[in-house]
Design a protein. Structure first.
Length: 82
């Protein structure tokens, strides 16, 4: 490969030049690296995905508490069995 081809490859696939022993868990932006940045990221990493509970959806309201026609605030919660 020419130097130019190597330079293009290195800039287009930087993840190939990082350590692969951690299966990309330690790479920047991974859950492992961002785990303690906020409580919600921490919780979402530890427990099951949230599920939608349509019976608990509420009408979406504007600032003056008037209902926005046809719009709903969806209710999502982590399953109890997590």
């Amino acid at each position: 490969m020419s130097d130019e081809e190597i330079a293009v490859y290195m800039t287009s696939m930087p993840e190939q030049f990082e350590c692969q022993e951690c299966s990309e868990q330690c790479h920047p932006g991974s859950t492992y690296q961002t785990f303690s940045t906020s409580p919600s990221i921490c919780l979402n990493s530890l427990i099951c995905d949230k599920v939608h509970v349509p019976p608990l959806d509420l009408p979406k309201l504007e600032f003056n508490f008037c209902e926005l026609v046809g719009e709903k605030d969806e209710f999502w919660v982590h399953p109890e069995d997590c």
